[in-house]
Design a protein around this ligand. Structure first.
Ligand code: PLP
Length: 392
């Protein structure tokens, strides 16, 4: 039987592989930047030294999260994006992932579907009782080497309870335009659905988008945020901006699952935001490092891949998405050839629901992680190019 990587679960065992057996370009590990880590260390020191330390870590707290942190996040994002948000519209969560699972649980409880536009991050599909659906975007070709996915308009019906999009996208790197995302929010509102925008790579924190971008807002919009890519992945700190009724529903679920989010990291985050050093380190230095890695990946692909390919426009995030229209062997199978030759890349299939697995982009694309060390990117893409040159 032919071996294939069809499900995200098939890939998960490889994502954390760091033992040197493979050049791991499949991983979603954030890029480490010592100055950001140092700023985080300093904030934790301040948190440990703070007079409230013993009460913080030794007692129970409110489900919504630390009031000072909620206030500073509302200010930071409200100012940056011109959004009318106050602390009332903020919920702190143990990572963005907790919020996605809550969306699935609430949508399943309403008997409605969660909809994505493929390819999309498989980590949203967590709930055994949720019905997930996926639509294909339009593909706009840009020049001879790039394309962009454009969410289809007019495809949502009353059975849709939530639409989740990553922006910048994982795996595509797409930042859906401000007008398109506003139109999608309006279409969701007409269908009675929530638009959930995953800002795990977006400005302000961690600031890994390469152009200016606005944020949609409305009673049916939920912005999901994460400190993970800003040197805090291990501490599980996320936050949600949404209208108070949505925050209330989410917090009710949060109270049942985790009671309230962990305290010390929230205090450290409050210190991190007490001046602009952390935000600047993220939005300038960290973003600069990601941009350099993206340039390196692009340069290696242009130099070494001799068969036709197109890349999704890179608007931000930590991945590049390559489509090879003449690839004869499905990416889901070629994963093992690549692995056995020493390089790991995420094949396209797990980013689609099964009914779309025969779509050309679902069959013939790979997600390339840019956060691996430079030597791994160079060697790994060299092997990748040799293999795809032989198979198209
Ligand atoms: C698109 C996207 N959203 C969310 C997350 C997870 O965020 P968190 O660590 O805050 O749960 C990831 C993790 O890699 C991701 O790629």
């Amino acid at each position: 039987m032919t071996r294939r990587v069809d499900d995200w679960a098939d890939l998960v065992p490889y994502l954390l592989a760091r033992d040197g057996r493979w050049h791991n370009l499949a991983t979603g590990m954030p890029m480490a930047h010592p100055p950001v880590a140092e700023r985080v260390r300093e904030a934790f020191r301040d948190a440990v030294d703070h007079e409230s330390f013993a009460t913080r870590v030794g007692s129970y707290h409110g489900v919504l999260g630390d009031p000072d942190l909620r206030k500073s996040l509302a200010l930071l994002y409200g100012d940056r994006f011109g959004l009318p948000i106050s602390a009332e519209e903020v919920l702190i969560t143990p990572g963005a992932q907790a919020a996605f699972h809550a969306v699935s649980a609430l949508t399943a409880a309403r008997g409605r579907r969660v909809v994505f536009f493929g390819p999309e991050y498989p980590g949203y599909r967590t709930h055994p009782e949720a019905a997930y659906d996926m639509l294909l975007p339009d593909v706009a070709e840009l020049g001879d080497r790039e394309f962009r996915y454009v969410p289809p308009a007019g495809r949502l019906d009353e059975g849709v309870g939530a639409v989740i999009v990553s922006r910048p996208g994982n795996p595509s790197g797409n930042v859906i335009g401000d007008e398109e995302i506003a139109a999608l929010a309006a279409e969701c509102a007409s269908a009675g659905a929530l638009l959930v925008v995953d800002n795990a790579y977006a400005p302000v924190i961690p600031g890994l988008a390469f152009g200016e971008m606005g944020m949609p807002w409305g009673d049916n919009v939920m912005l999901v945020q994460s400190f993970s890519k800003g040197a805090l992945a291990g501490e599980r700190l996320g936050f949600v901006f949404a209208a108070p009724p949505v925050i209330e529903e989410l917090s009710e679920l949060q109270s049942r699952v985790s009671t309230f989010p962990a305290q010390l990291v929230q205090l450290a985050a409050t210190f991190l935001l007490s001046d602009d050093r952390y935000v600047k380190l993220c939005e300038q230095e960290l973003r600069g490092l990601y941009a350099e890695r993206h340039r390196l990946v692009r340069e290696r692909l242009d130099a070494e891949v001799e068969v036709p390919f197109r890349l999704h426009a890179v608007d931000g995030g930590q991945f590049q998405w390559i489509h090879l229209p003449e690839l004869r062997v499905p990416a889901a199978e070629l994963f093992f050839t690549l692995r056995d030759r020493g390089v790991l890349l995420a094949p396209s299939t797990p980013f689609y629901l099964p009914h779309l697995h025969e779509d050309p982009h679902a069959r013939q694309s790979f997600r390339i992680g840019v956060t691996a060390p430079v030597a791994a990117i160079e060697a790994g893409l060299g092997i990748f190019a040799e293999v795809v040159n032989e198979h198209a």
